[in-house]
Design a protein around this ligand. Structure first.
Ligand SMILES: Cc1cc2nc3c(=O)[nH]c(=O)nc-3n(C[C@H](O)[C@H](O)[C@H](O)COP(=O)(O)OP(=O)(O)OC[C@H]3O[C@@H](n4cnc5c(N)ncnc54)[C@H](O)[C@@H]3O)c2cc1C
Ligand code: SF4
Length: 508
């Protein structure tokens, strides 16, 4: 009997992926391929490439240990065509399968490729939905039609009702849906941040690290020390560590930032969730269990579950509902080139240097660093959306287009005109000063608004509002700053524009 060829991508590393659902080990073959095109179409961080290749190789090993036949094409195989389409065509020739079975990918570009295979391969190609998510494409579309999900908060409440997560009958646990207002504390001086569990590379991972050093050594980011889990067993250990040690403090300090503390109380779970080593369902269930057993408070658990059941599902829904046109919008007509500091980390702005430094060291930065520092700067500076999107897609171990693009294009750059978020998250230096200790020891002063020594975020913030008066001034959520701007003397406005222009023009 001809086998079915089950093609598993690098972000589908779970036995629960739909392409493996009805796998017959006596008959079928699992195909996995490492291809250069995918590592290079944006210049991915070296640790991101090592993480994914090591996780793939360990997953193949685990499948083989179950007695499953795995056809694994390595990056340095001389016959490797280095593209998905080339490798699937070669594998079909090798195995003459009855059909090819795949789970839909996390990127529009690859989805289009898969649609081509259905035309070009001499066997049927079955593309299955990725059911690792709480909300299917059809459900998201239906919720949108019912106008229940225009905004994330309403979508999230509906998902709480549907899944029963953190519900007490029909009511939200704790008496309210959202504990966000309790989750904005700055880090008190002297608070102990728990040390984070990292994982020592085994021989298989070491071989991958050497391969990445040899082939992608010129890419952004430090390759070592490498501390990510690359097996399901270690990812589960990372989940235990989060639930026991940092989830209790996650809520209070969700928005805090501190120099030299790259992880704080965050989960560090997104790379595992996104590549398949952990599932969203088990992670949310564990967090809920921690609340019910009294191990973590409601503001921490609700805040965490909202990120996954709410934001993660919502951005995915938007991505698949709006692509490919979504990526082309540019509501604020932003067009500046990405400043070199994003790649070099060299800047006297301490907040930017800290966040880019963390990114370089770990292929990770936490949400507020991405949103309110590197993202905020790109928004205020008017960086071309495509350029900042490429940066975010390249530098984070958790970056796959379905989740990266809506976060950057929509949440950060407001390039979608407000489809994702009702207003741009623009902020001046006062916000960063309040939520971090970055400003102490910075070359600039967050309390100075204009002129030499002023924090660039201050004049860039007002300059952004001035430049975008037409598309943004009618936004009710920006009514207050626009009222302030309306009262501002013309000379003061002119100084802001002059400071911002001089600063931006001076950036390499
Ligand atoms: C500009 C920008 C780019 C981003 N790019 C990515 C990306 O490429 N991949 C990615 O997974 N997340 C992205 N995020 C969302 C978020 O920053 C990361 O998921 C989070 O920092 C991952 O670290 P963590 O696991 O420690 O998260 P925690 O702070 O512990 O949060 C828990 C989980 O919630 C989920 N989550 C939180 N916020 C979001 C969000 N806005 N969208 C989707 N999921 C969310 C993640 O799965 C995360 O693991 C981006 C956010 C911004 C502002
Ligand atoms: S003063 Fe401004 S540039 Fe410096 S760290 Fe603070 S917010 Fe960043």
């Amino acid at each position: 009997m001809s086998p079915h060829l089950r093609f598993v991508l690098g972000d589908q590393l779970t036995r629960e992926v739909s392409s493996l659902a009805d796998l017959d080990p006596a008959r079928d073959i699992v195909l996995m391929v490492e291809v250069e095109v995918e590592a290079r179409y944006v210049p991915h961080h070296q640790q991101k490439i090592a993480f994914l290749l090591a996780a793939m190789r360990h997953f193949a090993q685990a499948l083989r240990a179950e007695g499953i036949r795995v056809d694994y094409v390595r990056l340095d195989d001389p016959a490797n065509t280095q593209s998905f389409s080339g490798e699937i065509a070669r594998a079909v020739e090798r195995h003459a399968p009855a059909s090819v079975i795949v789970t839909e990918p996390g990127e529009w570009r690859v989805r289009a490729m898969m649609a081509d295979w259905a035309e070009t391969l001499p066997v049927p190609v079955h593309i299955r939905e990725d059911d690792r998510f709480f909300c299917s494409h059809a459900e998201f579309a239906a919720l949108g039609r019912a106008r229940k999900t225009g905004r994330m908060e309403f979508f999230y409440r509906e998902m709480r009702r549907r899944t029963g997560l953190l519900m007490r009958g029909d009511a939200p646990e704790g008496g309210q849906w959202n504990f966000d207002p309790e989750n904005r504390r700055a880090l008190p001086r002297g608070l102990r941040v728990p040390p984070r569990q990292r994982f020592t590379p085994d021989a298989l991972t070491r071989a991958v690290i050497d391969l990445v050093a040899a082939r992608f050594g010129g890419h952004f980011g430090d390759l070592e020390p490498f501390g990510w889990a690359v097996t399901r067993a270690d990812a589960l250990r990372a989940l235990d560590h989060f639930i026991e040690d940092t989830l209790p403090g996650f809520g209070d300090y969700q928005d805090a930032m501190k120099a030299g503390e790259d992880f704080l109380f965050h989960g560090l779970l997104s790379p595992y969730l996104n590549c398949g080593l952990l599932t969203a369902r088990e992670v949310c269930a564990r967090a809920e269990e921690a609340f019910r057993s009294g191990a973590a408070p409601i503001n921490a658990v609700e805040g965490f579950i909202r990120q996954i059941l709410g934001w993660r599902e919502f951005v995915r829904g938007i991505y698949w509902a709006e692509m490919p046109a979504y990526a082309d919008s540019n509501h604020l007509n932003a067009g500046r080139d990405l400043p070199a500091m994003y790649w070099t980390g060299e800047t006297p702005m301490r907040c930017m240097a800290e966040c880019i430094g963390a990114t370089r060291r770990h292929a990770y930065a936490h949400h507020i660093q991405r949103l309110m520092v590197t993202g905020n700067f790109a928004l205020l500076a008017g960086v071309a959306p495509a350029q900042i999107e490429e940066w975010y897609l390249a530098v984070y171990a958790d970056a796959f287009e379905w989740v990266e693009l809506p976060n950057v294009h929509g949440m950060v750059m407001h390039a979608d005109g407000g489809r994702l978020g009702s207003k741009p998250y623009a902020a001046s230096g006062a916000y960063i000063d309040r939520m971090s200790d970055y400003c102490k020891g910075c070359a600039f002063n967050p309390k100075v608004k204009r002129g030499p020594g002023a924090c660039p975020f201050n004049y860039l913030y007002w300059n952004f509002l001035i430049e975008n008066e037409k598309p943004l001034s009618a936004n009710p959520r920006l009514a207050m700053p626009y009222r302030t701007l309306a009262r501002m003397p013309a000379a003061q406005r002119a100084e802001i524009v002059a400071d911002a222009t001089a600063f931006l023009d001076s950036l390499p």
